[in-house]
Unconditional design. Structure first.
Length: 113
């Protein structure tokens, strides 16, 4: 296989692939936002991308999603594990794997805002 062919193949792969991946990611983030507005907003600020406490309700100590995203310890795996583990201060909200994926993408997307 010539180098020229490899470069052409890679260019066509990424040329077509990256926008598709970005669109998929955007759809996931949007789905996560919808779930968060239904299930998480009673405690977490879900709009404040700056990590400030705007939108905090009821519970004083639930961090805003923007603040969670800003923590160095927050990774995709950490959020997914957290959402599948019972947590003392958080009700055990039943989430499907797809919902967990969407919420994780949504929370991490605060890093881009
Ligand atoms: C009844 C209030 C309540 C609801 C509803 C709630 N949370 Fe929480 N959540 C909390 C509290 C309080 C904490 C902080 C717990 C702690 O760290 O001790 C927390 C922590 C978290 C963390 C971890 C932050 C860290 O320290 O790593 C994540 C992620 C999270 N919540 C996601 C969600 C998602 C997603 C939803 C909606 C499906 C949700 N929460 C709904 C109260 C809530």
């Amino acid at each position: 296989m010539s180098a020229r062919f490899v470069i052409a193949a890679a260019a066509s792969l990424f040329g077509g692939g990256l926008p598709a991946i970005a669109a998929q990611e955007a759809a996931l983030v949007e789905a996560g936002a919808r779930i968060a507005r239904e299930s998480c907003i009673s405690c977490h600020a879900v709009e404040a991308g700056d990590g400030k406490s705007a939108g905090r309700r009821q519970t004083g100590d639930a961090p805003a999603f923007g603040a969670i995203a800003a923590m160095p310890s927050t990774t995709e795996v950490a959020i997914k594990v957290f959402l599948q583990t019972p947590h003392p201060n958080m009700p055990n909200i039943m989430l499907t794997q797809a919902e967990i994926d969407a919420l994780t993408a949504y929370i991490l997307d605060f890093r881009n805002r």
